[in-house]
Ligand binder design. Structure first.
Ligand SMILES: N[C@@H](CCC(=O)N[C@@H](CS)C(=O)NCC(=O)O)C(=O)O
Length: 214
């Protein structure tokens, strides 16, 4: 049985935004059976030798699929899509587009958004110039993504794929200040379209009912 290591307890600021939600959403879309192993972050469940064997950077999510161990949310989603034959086209060209947009979500879009988030968590008000640069970097990524999505329902192919799970999650959990995304109506409707999917609604409701803040 596929085991997913996700949070059972995590700090209140992160609860509802963590990356195990990407995997929970994908599993719900694919209707794959799994067993959830709940990890308590404040109790240091991630910082053990046993867990480091699954997740070298001591992070969530990771999976153990009958001995096949993976961490990194994008790698897990691509693996699950290939295993289930869902949310990825079965031709090489379509698969390559999905791969491209998984990398774009994790690198080109998440990186500037995370950089700004981290600065805002930690800044003491003395980083004005640095922040201005990061805000510009975020707008460059969001503006180009807005242009790409014009006339498209989904980011990689005409159909919803695992790349959309990653991109929509990055565009929701990676943005704390909605004023950043407000100038991009295409991104707002893309994100709404993805988050309106019943599989996301179910996965998110189950997570909120289960995961404690601490
Ligand atoms: N690149 C990784 C990042 C995973 C990650 O940052 N996980 C966070 C939760 S969303 C975590 O486990 N943080 C706990 C920690 O680093 O101590 C992925 O996409 O899976």
């Amino acid at each position: 049985m596929l085991k997913l290591y996700g949070f059972s307890k995590v700090n209140a600021g992160a609860r509802g935004h963590t990356r195990d939600l990407r995997v929970l959403w994908a599993l719900e879309e694919m209707q794959l059976p799994f067993e959830l192993v709940g990890m308590n972050h404040p109790a240091l469940d991630l910082s053990t030798e046993a867990y480091r064997r699954l997740s070298p950077f001591e992070q969530i999510p990771s999976i153990d699929d009958d001995g096949l161990v993976l961490s990194e949310s994008a790698a897990i989603l691509i693996y699950l899509s290939k295993k289930s034959g869902r949310l990825i086209p079965d031709d090489r060209a379509g698969g390559a587009q999905v791969m491209r947009w998984c990398f774009a979500a994790m690198n080109t879009v998440e990186l500037p958004l995370m950089s700004l988030l981290v600065l805002d968590w930690t800044a003491d008000g003395s980083c004005g110039k640095h922040r201005e640069f990061l805000v510009g970097w975020v707008h460059r990524a969001l503006g180009n993504l807005e242009r790409w999505l014009a006339g498209r329902d989904f980011v990689a192919t005409p159909d919803f794929t695992v790349a959309d799970i990653l991109m929509a999650h990055v565009l929701s959990s990676g943005i704390k200040d909605e004023r950043l995304i407000a100038p991009y109506p295409g991104l707002l409707s893309y994100r709404d379209r993805c988050l309106a999917r019943p599989a996301w609604q179910r996965a998110f409701a189950a997570y909120c009912a289960r995961v404690e803040a601490g």
